[in-house]
Ligand binder design. Structure first.
Ligand code: HEC
Ligand code: HEC
Ligand code: HEC
Ligand code: HEC
Length: 441
């Protein structure tokens, strides 16, 4: 049984909040009627709550989540990034105050009305517990009481991070953008890093502060990755559709390195050797990375939906790669493809993914080295993250960690080939991915 930590948090809240929490804990109040507030991660940090140093064994919750976040998780630095040298320079170029502008705060802190901030709220906390788990004031007290469960917290406004589709949506809201927030080429040219994402790899790097469930299901991250890719494709299509009415052509939707590469002598150019299929020579094409790998995954899991998705996405690809295409047509095609991607995401969430399928996916992606490599640096990056996730899951099923041996060394070389994206070379990358394939059992 977890020790209730109601009183250790109460002191950091306003009296009114403490009073309501006590009432709610006693089951005397329907807390839905109280507007939810953001209380800040300090409210979760007591050592008997989520601030333990070592993970616990006796409860299903590790109880060291705060310690993991505060020590290891880069999200704690999200607000500070706005005030650093690059952040400040971005502010000058874009003519905004990065510490005050919603254009930045919306992803780098909790950007809500004053009335939704409890007195313990501090924007310096950056991206904290409540960015992902929802405003805590209504469930903070009750969720530590005897007999409480997850569903009761959800009813009081906790965000359902256990649901894989919702979890991806939450991460991608900042790591790809959504209707309220975006990173476009103007921001990137001012200094913002380009956004790329793969759910399972990013969770591992974060790192996870939850029991990952691999004991029960050795392929759980593969499931996370597959669902994440479907949601990522859907969100990318929706973003294209929105961008057509904001600013078009939006360079951030195109292949960055079709413009940003160094030129070589004509006889040495792999781009000229490759040609410019389906577009005027020299026009920048769509960045296909959020589809190229998922295309294979979807076909393995659900062939019929994958075919339907493919014909929809191909239309978008052709239109986006044609810089003078009609914007209204692009928006329509992208919205329609997003609907199909949404249906596919639900099928992916319901699919069975076992070790045999994990191994098959690993082989299939690695064997497609030629096509993948020529789709560009961002696609190569997605393939590398997917192979990494699949290899770790596959090794685990054999009782290994995936941290050593020749396949691990070959995958690490793939990551190294992506270090300088402007100098990406598809021939070298294809060759190395072929090596990975040859080493797989
Ligand atoms: C759509 C969400 C979003 C918006 C809006 C946004 N950012 Fe970011 N920002 C991110 C994400 C996600 C990262 C981390 C990217 C990564 O490492 O993959 C990041 C990273 C950064 C970094 C690099 C941080 C580091 O530690 O190296 C800086 C600087 C930055 N953002 C500044 C800004 C500024 C200034 C604004 C407003 C003009 C802004 N951001 C708006 C999502 C956003
Ligand atoms: C960047 C998003 C993010 C941030 C920030 C974050 N979490 Fe989480 N958290 C997750 C995800 C995703 C899961 C896994 C899904 C799950 O189990 O709910 C999770 C799981 C948990 C769990 C296990 C819940 C369960 O379902 O059993 C706890 C407890 C938790 N987080 C507490 C915290 C605390 C405390 C903080 C702040 C110190 C925090 N989290 C910050 C995303 C986040
Ligand atoms: C509220 C916006 C937001 C949400 C939601 C969010 N992130 Fe982030 N994330 C950021 C920002 C901003 C940064 C950059 C922090 C910095 O370095 O200054 C970041 C950085 C990261 C990094 C470090 C990247 C690097 O370059 O090292 C990882 C990993 C990450 N996020 C994973 C996740 C995962 C997984 C989720 C969902 C469970 C998630 N994030 C949800 C905004 C967000
Ligand atoms: C259609 C061509 C095109 C595409 C596609 C494109 N850019 Fe740019 N980018 C430009 C131009 C033009 C500039 C301005 C260069 C200048 O002023 O010298 C620029 C500027 C930049 C800069 C600032 C210049 C510098 O040297 O630091 C960065 C960073 C950048 N782009 C990154 C990206 C990323 C990342 C992507 C993909 C998400 C991308 N660009 C897609 C054409 C493009």
């Amino acid at each position: 049984m977890m020790k209730p930590c109601l009183f250790s948090v109460g002191s950091s809240l306003r009296n009114r909040d403490t009073f309501l929490l006590l009432l709610a804990a006693g089951g005397l109040l329907q807390a839905q009627t109280v507007p939810a507030q953001y209380t800040g991660p300090g409210s979760c940090s007591s050592s008997s709550c989520h601030g333990g140093v070592q993970p616990r064994q006796e409860t299903s919750v590790l109880q060291n989540e705060y310690s993991t976040w505060v020590v290891q998780d880069k999200h704690t630095r999200a607000f500070a990034a706005l005030t650093g040298d690059i952040g400040q320079r971005m502010g000058r170029i874009l003519n905004l105050d990065t510490q005050k502008s919603s254009r930045c705060l919306t992803c780098h802190a909790i950007d809500v009305d004053q009335s939704q901030k409890a007195s313990s709220f501090d924007r310096n906390d950056g991206v904290g517990c409540e960015n992902c788990h929802g405003p805590a004031s209504n469930w903070l007290g009750p969720h530590t009481t005897r007999g409480w469960n997850y569903e009761k917290s959800l009813a009081l406004g906790m965000y359902d991070t256990r649901d894989l589709i919702k979890r991806s949506e939450k991460c991608l809201s900042c790591h790809l953008g959504n209707g309220e927030k975006y990173v476009d080429h103007e921001m990137i040219a001012a200094g913002h890093p380009d956004l790329y994402f793969e759910q399972a790899s990013f969770e591992a790097v974060m790192p996870r502060h939850w029991a990952d469930g691999t004991e029960k299901d050795p392929s759980i991250e593969v499931k996370t990755m597959v669902v994440g890719q479907a949601v990522q494709l859907r969100e990318n299509l929706l973003r294209i559709s929105r961008n057509t009415s904001r600013f078009w052509p939006e360079y951030a939707e195109l292949d960055c390195f079709s413009c940003h590469h160094s030129l070589v002598a004509a006889k040495d150019s792999w781009r000229q050797e490759r040609g410019y299929q389906g577009r005027r020579a020299g026009n920048p094409p769509w960045n296909p990375s959020r589809y190229a790998i998922f295309q294979l995954v979807a076909a393995e899991i659900d062939r019929n939906s994958a075919q339907q998705l493919d014909s929809e996405v191909k239309k978008v690809l052709a239109l986006v790669s044609d810089i003078v295409a009609d914007k209204v047509q692009i928006a329509k095609a992208a919205a329609s493809a997003a609907e199909v991607a949404d249906a596919v995401a639900k099928r992916m969430a319901a699919a069975q993914i076992d070790t045999a399928r994990t191994n098959r996916l690993l082989k299939m992606i690695a064997a497609d080295y030629e096509r993948i490599a020529w789709q560009g640096e961002r696609t190569a990056e997605q393939a590398t993250m997917a192979i990494d996730t699949l290899f770790i899951a596959s090794s685990r099923a054999n009782g290994k960690t995936g941290n050593d041996g020749p396949v691990r060394a070959a995958i690490n070389t793939l990551f190294q080939l992506l270090q300088n994206p402007s100098a990406y070379n598809p021939q070298t990358f294809a060759h190395q991915m072929k090596n990975v394939e040859a080493l797989l059992p």
